[in-house]
Design a binder for this molecule. Sequence first.
Ligand SMILES: [Zn+2]
Length: 278
Amino acid sequence: MTENKSIIDLARAAEARPAPTEQPPPTREETLEPEEGSAPKEILSELLKNVQSKIGWSQLRLPSAGFNPSKIETIEIRPFTFEDERLLRTTKTISQGELIVEQLISRCIKGIEYKDLLLIDKNYILFKLREISYGDSYDIKAVCATCETENELQVELSKLPVVYAESGEDLEHKVILPDSEVEVVIKALKLEDETLLSDPTTLIDNMWRVVESIGGHTERTVKQGFIAGTTAKDISVIRNAIFGGSIGMQTKVNFVCNACDTGAVLELPINEGFFDAS
Ligand SMILES: [Zn+2]
């Protein structure tokens, strides 16, 4: 997972697109509360018969697979309704975007509290919400590092592999630091960690919080002292490891440049089309 896929991007995405004035998808809410003089229920049920199965709740296994602090393995999830869509489109500022993503996820999942989600599970839920609400194919652009050609790619979200934890240890991440040669164990990030780690300055100050142990030591003073005392190279390795766990949706995409045939790997971005049908 990456720091790039933040709620800030989502907020920007929501902000950057036009309001959904034309033809919002028909939903159950609309059928339940017909306006005066509108179509009878029987007609609407007939027209919406193919939609019913697409707006219901379905089971979703979390990548943390029961090894998260809440010990929850499977939750329920449903696609966006017209009301959710309206909420999404009301985002005006980046700070609002954060709140709206929280509200949207809270409305569309059952079985776990939003605040108790691990970051890997939240990211997976975001991609699932996109897939079940707007469809599987997701258009992205990738600029070739060799010839700078902009490639247009279509990713099938349901084909991205998901790695599930098989033990609590799978959620931790171990690295041997290059200079101190000490082993550092990094915890699975919680949602509150995302905020602390989103800014490069606060990241350094708060790094000790997401470090489980350093050379087997778990005391806060040892962790803080080590981080303050070791080299920039060691710190850089810890920083990369924080966002580099292997559990969750695998969002690295391989592509071959149309113009020069160079192969490259791209971290799947969340762009302005993320919450939109292609
Ligand atoms: Zn190229």
